[in-house]
Design a protein around this ligand. Sequence first.
Ligand code: C2E
Ligand code: MG
Ligand code: MG
Ligand code: MG
Length: 287
Amino acid sequence: AAKAAGKNRFLRFHPDMMTALVRRTDLEAGLQVSVARSEISVEFQPIVSPRMGQVVTFEALARWDRGDQRVPPGLFIPLAERSGLINEIGAEVMGQSLKHLATWLGADLSRSLSINVSGVQLQEPDFAEQVLQLAEKYGVGPYQLVLEVTESVFFDADCNVIKQLSQLRAAGARVALDDFGTGYSSLGRLQELPVDILKIDRTFVSMVHTGNERLPILSSMINMAHSLGLTVTAEGIETEEQANYLIALECDSLQGYLFSHPEPAGRFEQALKTSGQALDALSSRAG
Ligand code: C2E
Ligand code: MG
Ligand code: MG
Ligand code: MG
């Protein structure tokens, strides 16, 4: 029976799976080379506050250009998590982002940097220490940092994860719960998590369109988050209708292609030098 099962398993290994495996191995080897050559770069996407009329945060997003082909992070980040390369990529993204933030922002405390952090990085016992040291090296205050994590980092209830995030929060950094609503945790569980900001996933935002005027789930999320003392950001705002809808629900900040696509640092540097007015005009698109 074992033999039959074994044979069966072999037969089930379809040629397509082989192709996928080869492709994955190939991508993984390529990623390793690119990381070693420091070919991972970062783009930034502004997050605007309609109430303050300005860009309040820049989210750093990792980019991998493989020759003239850009591999999406949705593909290479999970790969890097499996191989452990995510620790190096994370450090690279953090270093590049802080360097930019320090040169752009100087002492402008009204703006912050938001960085995506993988659960794998949070397994490191000195993760928080490394982040705080890097911030200090570039003269950036911890309160100018936001660490974005997804609900999944809390699944295995690893106490190191909580410890690292708590240490960062104690130093003044904030933690954002990314892609909220796509995972399994309930609104009720929010109360227990060490987070300051709720980022509503864009699947909910994309439900806002003409003919779909009532979305109780969005108002519930925002009201619940506010009653817990959290700040709310809506991701994936593509239309003015969506922006206005979320502003009416008192969502604190908005992010999406309507305001700006993610862009290389250079695109924002000039705007920030001229007192940020060109950037702040982005938030006038809302309303
Ligand atoms: P995320 O953190 O939720 O980032 C937002 C994603 O939505 C980005 O995709 C961004 O380009 C995209 N986006 C922004 N506005 C809009 C919009 O209006 N419409 C649509 N359709 N999309 C929008 P991107 O850059 O492809 O990144 C995908 C995911 O990869 C990120 O999702 C994040 O989970 C992960 N990621 C990216 N960089 C890093 C990193 O440095 N470290 C880690 N651990 N993960 C990263
Ligand atoms: Mg994010
Ligand atoms: Mg997100
Ligand atoms: Mg996402």
